[in-house]
Design a protein around this ligand. Structure first.
Ligand SMILES: Cc1ncc(COP(=O)(O)O)c(C=O)c1O
Length: 401
């Protein structure tokens, strides 16, 4: 439902969600939806996970906010836990993905400045990327569609084609402070980087004194089958941005910083009132502890392979409507062929099958379910999607055979 006083900046579906349970959302009419959106790659442990809920409630009753003028235990412990698991020495907390991007940009520029490399101001990103909607993150987002009407954007951003090592070699010159890249592009429609592209990026950044940053805001925190996306690719960046699923639904962002870059931001250089406040940090800690108890990575690999196989089968069955799926783990995309529109499948699966999926990039269906999704739920979701495909594209599939 569109509330009359909410700004109409989102094209919301005409349903009102009142509750979440595991991999399901329940609307005001009592309809239960199988949720393969998960808050857009946020609720890794599903909705209302009891351990996360309990950690939030306990922390809310203990300490909600004390500013960053003082230390508190949840942020310190979470930073240590992230450092232990990632082997990055320092962590900066903020409230969102866009803010994590902003922190990376500011750190890269200030580090170059501190090193006396005043010519290194440029942030290089990839065509098709998405790094957030605040003005710096928007300038880093190499997609004209998001820029239109918001110019002038901040200066000092340049773009290079995704997965083109030759172009990267040409663009990584002595003016570049940081190369920022998504290991799997999400908003452009689920496009994984080639391992060689990231390996070349690492080598060139080392040779040329440029910081390499991975935007793992969507593809990190286990979505690819490893806790960090950089582990999936075997390429270690200098900076990693995280947000979305870190606190399983509470607002948090983080910048993981390799020790050699940590002097970039010093007292007074950067900050945020709410960044790393106790409740989201407690939720994130509960989230990480649960990962120690269950084999989430194993589930992502199995369920990801199952979903991929089902989507590939659908593409084979309806070649007029779908191209081959893309993606890794539980971050998958099914490209829809014109004249079919991804939005029509999104609406039909919601309205007639109570399955929630969404569209990303260039006419692609995006599948980012909770990482706890079961074998039966993947089968169920595929069956629901299959019935919609049969209805929307079946007649053409039959006649084209
Ligand atoms: C890869 C990536 N980076 C940055 C962002 C921005 O995150 P937020 O919406 O929390 O500002 C997103 C959000 O979709 C994203 O997918």
């Amino acid at each position: 439902m569109q509330h009359p006083h909410l700004l109409a900046n989102y094209a919301r579906a005409p349903i009102t969600i009142v509750r979440g349970e595991g991999c399901e959302l329940i609307d005001a009419e009592g309809v239960r939806y199988l949720d393969f959106v998960a808050g857009i790659a946020v609720c890794a442990l599903g909705h209302a996970h009891p351990a996360v809920t309990e950690a939030i409630a306990h922390q809310a009753a203990t300490l909600v906010q004390c500013s960053n003028l003082y230390g508190h235990e949840p942020a310190g412990t979470l930073a240590s836990e992230l450092a232990r698991r990632s082997h990055f020495e320092r962590v900066f907390f903020c409230n969102s993905g866009a803010e994590a991007t902003e922190a990376a940009i500011k750190l890269a520029r200030k580090l170059a400045f501190r090193r006396g490399q005043t010519e290194r101001r440029t942030i290089l990103t990839c065509e098709g990327s998405f790094h957030g909607r605040t003005l710096g993150a928007l300038a880093a987002t190499a997609n004209a569609h998001y820029h239109e009407g918001f110019e002038p954007l901040p200066l000092g951003f340049r773009y290079t084609p995704f997965n083109d090592a030759g172009a990267l070699e040409r663009h990584l010159d002595e003016t570049v402070a940081m190369f920022l890249v998504e290991p799997v592009q999400g908003e452009s429609g689920i496009h994984p980087a080639d391992r060689e592209f990231l390996e070349t990026a690492r080598r060139l950044c080392d040779e040329r004194g440029v910081l390499l940053a991975f935007d793992e805001i969507q593809c990190g925190m286990g979505r690819l089958g490893t806790l960090f996306a950089f582990e999936t690719f075997g390429v270690r960046p200098d900076l990693v941005t995280l947000a979305k699923s870190l606190a399983n639904g509470l607002p948090i962002g983080a910048l993981l910083i390799d020790g050699k870059a940590a002097s970039g931001l010093q007292p007074g250089d950067h900050g945020t009132t709410f960044g790393g406040s106790p409740v989201p940090c407690a939720a994130a800690l509960a989230h990480l502890r649960i990962r120690d108890e269950i084999d989430l990575s194993g589930n992502v690999r199995l369920r990801g392979a199952q979903l991929y196989a089902g989507l590939a089968e659908l593409a084979d069955h309806y070649p007029n409507a779908f191209a081959h799926p893309r993606g890794i783990g539980l971050m998958l995309g099914l490209p829809v062929r014109a004249p079919y529109e991804a939005a029509a499948f999104v609406n039909a699966t919601r309205e007639s099958e109570s399955l929630l999926i969404n569209a990303a990039g260039d006419n692609t269906l995006r599948f980012v379910p909770p990482l706890i999704v079961s074998e039966a739920q993947i089968d169920d979701g595929l069956a629901r999607l299959g019935r919609v495909a049969q209805r929307l594209a079946g007649a053409v599939a039959a006649t084209s055979r």
